[in-house]
Ligand binder design. Sequence first.
Ligand code: ADP
Length: 375
Amino acid sequence: APVSRPCICGGKSGLPINTGNVTSQIARNYGLPSMGSTNTTNKCLNDLHGPDGQLPEKLRNVTPYYIEQVSNEIMDKNPDVHWNDIAGLTHAKKCVNEMAVLPLRRPDLFMGCRSPGRGLLLFGPPGTGKTMIGKAIAGEAKATFFYISASSLTSKCFGEGEKLVTALFGVASCRQPAVIFVDEIDSLVSGMLMSWPIKATLIFIARPRNEYEVTGRIKTQFLIEMEGFAGGNEQVLVIGATNRPQDLDEVAQRRLTKRLYIPLPSSDARAWIARNLLEKDGLFKLSNEEMEIIRDLTDGYSGLDMTNLVKDASMGPLREAMEQGIDIMELKKEDMRPVTLQDFMNSMQEIRPSVSPNELGTFEQWNKQFRGCPL
Ligand code: ADP
């Protein structure tokens, strides 16, 4: 259940050191709203206590509220995505297996010359499976998955974002092996912020000063935390994902040493997505020739566009029944006609490719210039 979020900006700094089970007391002392039930908080914290009954060193200075937020809203102990769920992307899967999954599973083999980078960047158009890959890495490596969107961090009150980042890395370190997936990482580490003061005027027009400061502080905290892992034996991988790789500054590029282009799906992958989704629901009745046509007509569709197309096309039989005046409440599932090629053609009028050829050109150019996976 979502935890009620106290906004602790505005002079509430200096919250007490976390001693374990004092969340409600902290809330009372500082006049904050309740931070969820004490039981939930205790459970989150108790799960993290070591055999000595103490919280690990990394979490001792972290306010329980942030630990609770990471445990309840950001952590996913069981990301249920596997390679077989992801269409195409054979090259990306092969690279990721070598740079991320195997090192997390066999750290003893990946030492010295073979020691992996701690950061991986997945870039490409939206809806191509970057988040799915992050989850699959965690799933295949039996690692705990942490998902956070950088824009959700930067929209927090002054001081909150950094604390959440510290809690995030602290909890991840207690839950090793772990994968921290930072979506929209460009909004945290963009070249625009680094090229100050040349673009200062622009920044101040586009962003209130406070927001600029907030982003800078969170970014610094992020880099400090990542630095803390460098060279150590921690099994924590940070994955950044972005649709705007050209906005990343040099510092971010240096930290995310491996970079992988996640392109639009091939024609075979698009057909696989359509078939797989319909088959799961027992709705697949299309011939090979019809699938060929769908495959050709969906050139430029992302994985997400394909998913939306299939969902819309699968509404075709229902819409037709309603147009014929059939009472949907009385309609039996087995009496419905299958999804046809015509349903797909109708849906293609509405669901169009979301990525423009221009945008694709930018990704391909960036990939040529900065790609990091040699396979
Ligand atoms: P991104 O992180 O690149 O924006 P996601 O991984 O969140 O994209 O994908 C969004 C949705 O699109 C997924 O939940 C899935 O339904 C579909 N999808 C995208 N790419 C693929 C793919 N390669 N194979 C199967 N489904 C995909």
